[in-house]
Design a protein around this ligand. Structure first.
Ligand SMILES: *Cc1c(COP(=O)(O)O)cnc(C)c1O
Ligand SMILES: [Zn+2]
Length: 416
């Protein structure tokens, strides 16, 4: 048995292979395209049984055979992963869905699912001897990046989007990171700037997909969820999509489980974005293979999925949607607020981006695009506590006041 079955990098474009170990490249040195980590699943299949993982200590690192780190002494962990798969009580009933689950990643160390990716990517960077990292973030990634790099004793510079809220900027500093507010026209400008920075300043960087490691950790969604469902795949996986690292990584995880023969079928992937932007949703629903810039990110409160354009034309995300015969849906601001309320009634304090998944379900079931007996998992990616204004401004009915007096208490309770 090996500690990891990761074997090499392969370029999405020219298909050349590159060594994985001690190799600081992030994109293809031949054609510039994205790199994908490949695994020796044939050997893994002979060596390991799927029931091996259950006995291990809770964290994404239970699944180290599927992750590209080589030496476990480089792990930087805060106990990320293994969050509850909560069966819905309220929303399922409201929408007539019998098997709806909520994967509650609001409980992650820094309050978002980004912790899965940064635990892995920063451990991997430490193994490479990286001491200075750079990433771009709409907020949550920056906080997670700062926290994990400090734990790994690396310097973290975060280019935080100008639209991010003040709390997220403050949390980056609280966790010891340097935050630099970034103004830009499109995602392409950012990726071009970062590619040049990698080349000329020899900086290792951590933007989804340009960094080939972060989305590998999102595969743990597929492993944790199928294990919790007794190795039955859900019919639908519903993800809020910004860059699509979460949706795409999860899909890759399911493909691996399928190749190992550990699951009976693949789920359909569903992408959710706000109507104000929704570049991937628009492209998919028009049958396109390239995502174009669209909409205005300042017009949605779903900050974590407000991007108006995609990394590398959004090709990986679109392929996951086409290959899985999936779905894409855009949601309105009022629908997001209603869904935040619905999740609150499940006991989950979700941020607007996460709530968008639940908002989309209502539309997809109304259009009969999802059968009511399907097993559906909505990925609740981030905590609403990091966007307090979104909660305060919508759930602010005037509260009643009483004095500590039994008569007043009785009156107010019987008045309802
Ligand atoms: C970053 C983020 C997303 C979007 O994730 P991608 O991998 O970029 O698609 C969704 N929800 C929350 C809470 C996030 O922080
Ligand atoms: Zn190439």
């Amino acid at each position: 048995m090996k500690w990891t079955y990761a074997s090499s990098y392969q370029c999405d474009g020219c298909k050349r292979m590159f060594p994985l170990r001690n190799n600081k490249i992030t994109t293809c040195t031949h054609c510039g395209e994205l790199l994908e980590v490949r695994y020796d699943l044939n050997t893994m299949k002979q060596d390991i049984d799927k029931n091996t993982f259950k006995q291990r200590k809770k964290s994404i690192w239970r699944w180290h055979e599927f992750l590209p780190l080589h030496d476990e002494k480089n792990i930087i962990s805060l106990g990320e992963g293994d969050t509850p798969l909560v069966p819905s009580i309220y929303i399922g009933k409201k929408l007539g869905l019998k098997n709806l689950y909520l994967k509650n990643d609001t409980l992650m160390p820094t309050g978002s699912f980004k912790d899965r990716g940064f635990s892995l990517a920063l451990s991997f960077a430490r193994e490479l001897g990286v001491t200075q990292g750079l990433t771009y973030s709409s907020g949550n990634a920056g906080v997670s990046f700062a926290a994990y790099s400090q734990r790994g004793e690396m310097n973290a510079a975060v280019l935080i989007e100008y639209l991010a809220n003040p709390l997220k900027k403050a949390l980056i500093q609280l966790c010891g990171g340097q935050s630099i507010v970034l103004h830009y026209e499109s995602m392409e400008d950012i990726t071009m700037m970062l590619e040049e920075a990698s080349r000329k300043l020899n900086l290792y960087q951590f933007v989804n997909f340009i960094n080939p490691i972060r989305h590998e950790a999102m595969k743990t969604y597929a492993y944790e969820i199928t294990e919790a469902l007794d190795w039955k795949s859900p019919d639908y996986m519903v993800h809020p999509v910004g860059t699509g690292g979460g949706l795409y990584g999860t899909w890759k995880g399911f493909l691996e489980l399928n190749e190992l023969g550990w699951i009976d079928k693949l789920p359909k992937m569903a992408a959710v974005q706000p109507e104000a932007t929704g570049p991937h949703v628009k492209a998919f629903n028009k049958g396109q293979h390239v995502v174009e810039k669209t909409g205005d990110p300042s017009k949605t409160m779903a900050q974590s999925i407000s991007a108006d354009s995609a990394i590398k034309d959004g090709r990986r995300v679109l392929n996951a949607l086409y290959d899985s015969e999936g779905l894409a849906e855009a949601v309105k601001e009022a629908e997001i607020v209603e869904a935040m309320n619905d999740l609150g009634k499940e006991g989950i304090i979700a941020d607007p981006a996460s709530a968008a998944t639940v908002a989309s379900l209502k539309k997809l079931t109304n259009k009969s695009l999802i059968p009511s007996d399907s097993t559906i998992v909505c990925v609740i990616t981030g905590s609403g506590l990091k966007q307090p204004k979104a909660i305060e401004s919508h759930f602010n009915e005037e509260t009643k006041n009483i004095n500590a007096d039994f008569k007043e208490l009785t009156k107010i309770l019987t008045d309802i």
